[in-house]
Design a protein around this ligand. Structure first.
Ligand code: DHB
Ligand code: FE
Length: 282
């Protein structure tokens, strides 16, 4: 059977994609950010996951105000890097895993989560930046990816509790897939950031770290953090962190932290990165 073996949390700041594409990852500004991902790059080479369920948000690239799906799953065979205004990033196409994706879609919908199914989409920095952070610059990505898009751009966005619950349902879906597959789930976005308005540039190191603490161990208190707390404490775009709760929910009752990294500043935000593994509680 397929198994979720680990969860990864990571910011997806578009400037990091620029740093990779322009060979600046070792300079004074970007060096300390990228160094925090070196452990994970080596670990991923050992882990060799078959598939990553990559929870991310589209930033008005594939979707806009014409259509705003709350939860959407990519069931296609491949996805191209999107043109976000400066041409597509020079990164490989993302290969999907259509069989597992359709299985998860069916399982979630019969489990009463109303998914939108996507067969064609270009993927923006929300997906390609975490790929670059974890895998560097290969000619071909070493994993298949199931894009799992969450609306965190236009209110009403899903609650933390709903995100955690859909993570639990993703775990049930993966474990009912008969093929032996090593599956990881990544939650991306965050940490504290606000890109516009009088509070633009807001950072909250203490709150971000409390949030990461809350994903380690057996507490599920983070699922009850209300939207207003993300907004007040972490700025308008801090709500992206609810996507990490899908990853956490999919890891089961208890987690162990394998690696952790936090750095301020990066562009307008804080960089947060966490590698978790499920603790089998029997
Ligand atoms: C920035 C961060 C994001 O998460 C994003 O989607 C766009 C921009 C930033 O800090 O510049
Ligand atoms: Fe974002």
């Amino acid at each position: 059977m397929a198994r979720i073996t680990a969860g990864v949390g990571s910011s997806h700041v578009p400037l990091l994609g620029v740093a990779v594409d322009q060979g600046k990852t070792e300079d004074d500004y970007f060096g300390p950010i990228f160094q925090g991902y070196e452990w994970t790059k080596r670990w991923e080479e050992e882990q060799k996951p078959d598939v990553v369920i990559l929870v991310f948000n589209d930033h008005a690239t594939a979707f806009d105000m014409k259509i705003v799906p709350t939860f959407a799953i990519g069931c296609g065979e491949r996805y191209k890097p999107a043109d976000e205004g400066w041409g597509p990033r020079p990164v490989p196409d993302v290969e999907g895993h259509a069989d597992l994706a359709w299985h998860i879609a069916q399982s979630l919908i019969l489990d009463e989560f109303d998914m939108t199914i996507i067969n064609e989409m270009d993927v923006d920095h929300g997906l390609t930046v975490p790929m670059s952070m974890m895998f560097g610059t290969p000619d071909r990505w070493p994993v298949k990816v199931i894009p799992f898009a969450v609306n965190v751009v236009t209110y009403p966005v899903p609650t933390g509790n709903r995100c955690w619950a859909i993570g639990e349902a993703i775990r049930r879906a993966v474990e009912s897939f008969p093929e032996d597959l090593n599956v990881q789930i990544w939650g991306t976005g965050g940490m504290s950031h606000q890109l516009q308005g009088p509070r633009a540039g807001l950072l909250n190191r203490e709150w971000d770290n409390q949030f990461m603490d809350a994903l380690i161990g057996d507490s599920d208190a983070a699922r009850r953090i209300p939207h207003i707390e993300y907004l007040r404490e972490t700025g308008s775009e801090g709500i992206e962190m609810v996507m990490w709760l899908i990853m956490r929910g999919a890891l089961g009752k208890e987690t162990r932290c394998l690696h952790r990294h936090y750095h301020i500043p990066c562009s307008n935000t804080a960089i947060g990165h966490l590698v978790l593994e499920p603790v089998e509680t029997g």
